[in-house]
Design a protein around this ligand. Structure first.
Ligand code: PMP
Length: 360
C-alpha cells in the first residue's frame, strides 16, 4: 500500500551471481582477471582521506578531459556516471518517449534494456537476430523506415553473443534512418576487438556511444561509465542527471578513473593478453565439439556438445566454476563464459574434459 504503483510494477534486473561465501573461478559476469593499472594502486596508497570531506568536482572536469583525450573529442562531448548502467538509465529517460513509438533493440541483447523500458514506461520492439545470431541491421533499417519508433539501442559487440556489427553497418544505419531519433551504441565490450564509432559523434548529432571502465579497464567495482555524443545530447543527459544528483561521480572515482585511463600501455597489454586467452579457449571448445559463436568481447557464447547448457551450468557450479546460463528460447543451448586468466581457462578446459570423461 505504501509503495507507489510504479514501484509495484517494476521487474528488477537480476545480475550474475556474486557469491560471498565460497571461492569460485568466476566466469559469469565478464569481470577482467587482471588488476587495475598500477597507477590506481599507487593513488589509493597515497590518497589523502581528508579530501573526502569535500564534494567532488560537479563537472568531472579532469575525468571528462581524460576520456576526451582518449577518444580525440572535447570535454563537452563527454558525460560520466556510476557505471554505464546508470548512464543507460539516463539515456532511456532523456531520449526515448512513449509518444514517439517503441524503442528498438535486438531480441537477444543486454537484458537490462527491457528493464529500463519498464522503469520509464516505454514500450519496446525486439528485432530478431539473424540465423547466425548476428544483429540484422538491415531489418532495423526496414522497421525504422516503415514504423514509428523512439530510437534504437545496439550493444556492439552484442551481449551475450559477443558478435559485433561492423562500423560501416552502423554508419549505413545512421545515414538511412531519421536524424531526429537517437541511435545509441553500447560499446561496453568494444575494446576486445570491435570497431568503435565514438569518433563519429560530432558527425552524427543523433549518435550516442556508451561505454564503461568495468571490463577493459578492470574497474567493475568502481562503477564508472561514460557517454560520448554531440554536446546537445550531453547537455540533455546532464540535465536529467543534475535533477537527481548534481555530483555525477565520486571524488575518489574520478581520480581512480583518470589514473586508469592515462596508462594506455598497461591497458593494451592486458587487452591483447585477454584476446589471446579468448582465442585459445574458443579453439579448445571447438575442438571438443562445442558450437562457439565468433566473439569480439571478453566472453564466449558457446553451446556444449555432450549435455544441455542448463545441466552443465549446474555441474560446473558444483565443481567451483561459475558461468552464465540464459533461459530464453533462443539462448538456452548456450553458456556465456567470461574469459578469466590463462590459468583460470586452463583449469576450466581441464574440468570440462574430466566431466566429459565421466569423472563426476
Ligand atoms: N552494457 C552491457 C552490454 C553490459 O553487458 C553491461 C554489463 N553488465 C553494461 C552495459 C553495464 O556495465 P557497467 O554498469 O558495469 O558499466
Amino acid at each position: 500500500m505504501m509503495y507507489s504503483r510504479k514501484v509495484r510494477a517494476l521487474t528488477p534486473y537480476v545480475p550474475g551471481e556474486q557469491p560471498q561465501n565460497r571461492q569460485y573461478i568466476k566466469l559469469n559476469t565478464n569481470e577482467n582477471p587482471f588488476p587495475p593499472a598500477p597507477g590506481v594502486d599507487e593513488l589509493l596508497h597515497s590518497f589523502d582521506a581528508s579530501r573526502l570531506r569535500l564534494y567532488p568536482d560537479p563537472d568531472s572536469t579532469r575525468l571528462r578531459e581524460a576520456f576526451a583525450k582518449r577518444f580525440g573529442l572535447g570535454k563537452e562531448n563527454i558525460f560520466c556516471g556510476n557505471g554505464s548502467d546508470e548512464v543507460l538509465a539516463h539515456l532511456f529517460y532523456a531520449f526515448f518517449d512513449e509518444e514517439y513509438g517503441p524503442v528498438l533493440f535486438p531480441d537477444v541483447s543486454y537484458s537490462f534494456y527491457p528493464v529500463f523500458c519498464s522503469f520509464h514506461g516505454l514500450s519496446y520492439r525486439e528485432v530478431p537476430l539473424g540465423e547466425d545470431f548476428s544483429v540484422d541491421t538491415g531489418l532495423f533499417r526496414k522497421i525504422a523506415a516503415e514504423s514509428d519508433y523512439s530510437g534504437i539501442i545496439l550493444a556492439n559487440p552484442n551481449a551475450p553473443t559477443g558478435i559485433a556489427v561492423t562500423r560501416s553497418e552502423i554508419i549505413t544505419l545512421l545515414e538511412s534512418t531519421r536524424q531526429d531519433r537517437l541511435i545509441a551504441v553500447d560499446e561496453a565490450y568494444v575494446d576486445f576487438g570491435g570497431e568503435s564509432v565514438v569518433d563519429l559523434v560530432n558527425t552524427y548529432p543523433n549518435l550516442l556511444v556508451v561505454g564503461t571502465l568495468s571490463k577493459s579497464y578492470s574497474l567493475a567495482g568502481l562503477r564508472l561509465g561514460y557517454a560520448a555524443g554531440h554536446p546537445d545530447l550531453i547537455e540533455a543527459l546532464t540535465r536529467t542527471k543534475d535533477a537527481f544528483n548534481s555530483y555525477p561521480v565520486s571524488r575518489l572515482g574520478q581520480e581512480i578513473a583518470v589514473a586508469a585511463l592515462e596508462d594506455t600501455g598497461y591497458f593494451e597489454k592486458c587487452r591483447d593478453e585477454l584476446i589471446a586467452v579468448r582465442e585459445w579457449t574458443a579453439a579448445k571448445l571447438t575442438d571438443a565439439g562445442w558450437r562457439v559463436l565468433p566473439s569480439k568481447a571478453n566472453f564466449l557464447f558457446a553451446a556444449p556438445s555432450f549435455t544441455t547448457a542448463k545441466k552443465l551450468y549446474a555441474i560446473l557450479k558444483d565443481r567451483g566454476f561459475l558461468v552464465r546460463f540464459f533461459s530464453k528460447p533462443r539462448t538456452r543451448d548456450f553458456l556465456r563464459i567470461s574469459i578469466g586468466s590463462g590459468k583460470d581457462m586452463e583449469s576450466f578446459i581441464h574440468e570440462l574434459s574430466c566431466i566429459t570423461n565421466g569423472e563426476l
